[in-house]
Design a protein around this ligand. Structure first.
Ligand code: FAD
Length: 449
């Protein structure tokens, strides 16, 4: 490469960080380093669903065919198809509620497959650094773009870059540094108080605990060949009950059924995004831990027969306390930006945290790759990224909480309205595309540089 126009450091090699590395791979004049805490790129053993909107972004990145090879479901782009079957399941005899249709189907893959497709498409010019846990960074206060940002790692080493992107998940070290810097920056203090920035550092407990495991499809088939989770249309099943819900869909070419279920606390869910800086609800205990089959059974017992059959097939799994990032007042500062869960971790009820990370990455890469973005104009490009992406992703995080409350039957809705209401809230995922947002972002950038 001839001398790059700037050097981007991506901290975090999850879905968001690696998608950004792939998207930036298209711009040969940008040098990219990825720093990942773990010794290798890895994802949890579970499924992930991608709605048409983020899937179309992945197609634009040239990853569509490779991802579709990981699922037996053909991708239908322009027709309305069954997206999800909802049942009321905390009754002895379950009750059919609603079949949600989406324009184009959700693509469901094993997380490890998703990440490996992304990693396989990182350009060889991108340098990846494993076992590199960042602890802090320093951005020169002079604002002089020729002075680099310094990264400090847990092992005592340091590195420099021109642009720093924190894709380091819900506990983000980069968010911590950014909020601390903002709380001391006179210009930023015109927008929010120091307390408001500092309150965004620590995650808050969402009120949802997720029980996740994978079940061999053959094991379910041996007990009940007609089990709804094995449905021939490969459609996700959502079994709703008071303060709990069980969701399933097949992954790994149908060999495995992803079991992702939620137990909710009504009060905590309602208060998770409370903007009062003095309010912070926490989860006491390990956020992610191994769980026995008995623990699954204890929480989801008493649900209809299909759920009971799944519980009987579970051998072990994990329990995740889902933590959120408060609505950030800003997710960029100077030449530093946040992306994905580091900026807007959300509950899984919209199946969209990874999708929103993908969208962030695509918009950010497009703005950084734009010819108008130079080292001197980077802060303006990042400000545009913040303006277009942050409100959208926060809206999805809010929508996810609302769908969680509806799924946990907390909203006092008649049975006939539950499914249609969830469909109405979720329809952005297939009725809208990223193109409009991208055009707005490019226009805003061109006006400002
Ligand atoms: C139960 C459940 C189900 C879900 N289902 C879906 C779904 O169906 N569809 C969907 O779109 N989303 C779903 N999500 C959300 C999705 O998993 C996340 O939004 C997504 O993984 C976020 O990706 P990320 O890259 O931003 O963060 P992460 O995946 O958390 O990646 C962060 C990376 O940064 C690294 N890192 C952390 N700290 C440091 C550091 N200090 N230095 C260097 N590296 C660091 C980590 O090791 C990790 O590799 C679900 C979430 C849950 C909990």
């Amino acid at each position: 490469m001839s001398s790059p126009k700037f050097r981007v450091a991506i901290v975090g090699g999850g879905v968001g960080g690696v998608t950004l590395a792939v998207a930036l791979s298209k711009y040969p004049d940008i040098a990219v380093d990825v720093y990942e805490r773990a010794s290798q790129f890895a994802e949890v053993g579970a499924g992930v669903g991608l709605w048409p909107r983020p899937f179309k972004v992945l197609k634009k990145l040239g990853l569509g065919d490779a991802l579709l090879k990981k699922t037996p479901v053909p991708y239908i782009e322009d027709e309305y198809v069954t997206a999800m079957n909802f049942r009321r399941s905390d009754l002895e005899e379950g009750e059919y509620l609603y079949t949600m249709k989406s324009k184009g189907n959700m693509i469901q893959v094993h997380r490890a497959d998703f990440l490996s497709v992304l990693v396989d498409n990182i350009s060889p010019s991108v340098k990846t650094h494993m076992s590199k846990r960042i602890v802090s960074y320093t951005q020169p206060s002079s604002g002089n773009p020729s002075e680099p940002i310094t990264l400090t790692f847990y092992d005592g080493s340091t590195a420099t870059c021109d642009i720093l992107v924190g894709a380091d998940g819900v506990k983000s070290a980069i968010r911590r540094g950014m909020m601390q810097d903002l709380s001391r920056d006179p210009a930023a203090l015109e927008k929010c108080s120091a307390e408001e920035y500092l309150a965004c550092i620590e995650p808050v407990f969402s009120g949802t605990v997720s029980y996740r495991t994978l079940i061999q499809a053959d094991k379910i088939r041996a007990v009940d060949p007609n089990h709804r989770a094995l449905d021939g249309v490969w459609c996700p099943l959502q079994c709703l009950g008071e303060n709990r819900s069980v969701g399933t869909y097949p992954i790994s070419m149908g060999k495995t059924v992803n079991f992702s279920s939620m137990a909710l606390d009504k009060e905590l869910m309602a208060n998770a995004f409370n903007p009062d800086p003095s309010h912070r609800q926490t989860f006491d205990g390990e956020w992610v831990r191994h769980a026995s089959a008995k623990e699954f059974t204890e929480v989801f017992r008493g649900m209809e027969k299909d759920v009971q059959t799944l519980l009987d097939c579970i051998e072990e799994g994990n329990i995740w306390a889902v933590n959120l990032v408060r609505h950030l007042p800003v997710q960029v500062h100077g030449r530093v930006a946040l992306l994905g869960d580091a900026a807007h971790s959300m509950t899984p009820y919209q199946g969209s945290g990874a999708g929103q990370a993908v969208e962030d990455a695509y918009v950010l890469a497009t703005l950084l790759g734009h010819p108008g973005t130079t080292l001197a104009t980077v802060p303006r490009a990042l400000a545009v990224y913040d303006e277009v992406r942050r409100p959208f992703a926060i809206g999805i995080a809010d929508a996810s909480q609302e769908v969680g409350r509806i799924s946990g039957l907390q909203m006092d809705l008649p049975s006939s309205e539950i499914g249609p209401k969830i469909a109405e809230i979720t329809s952005w995922a297939w009725e809208t595309e990223i193109d409009g947002m991208l055009e707005d972002a490019k226009r805003m950038l061109e006006e400002r540089v």
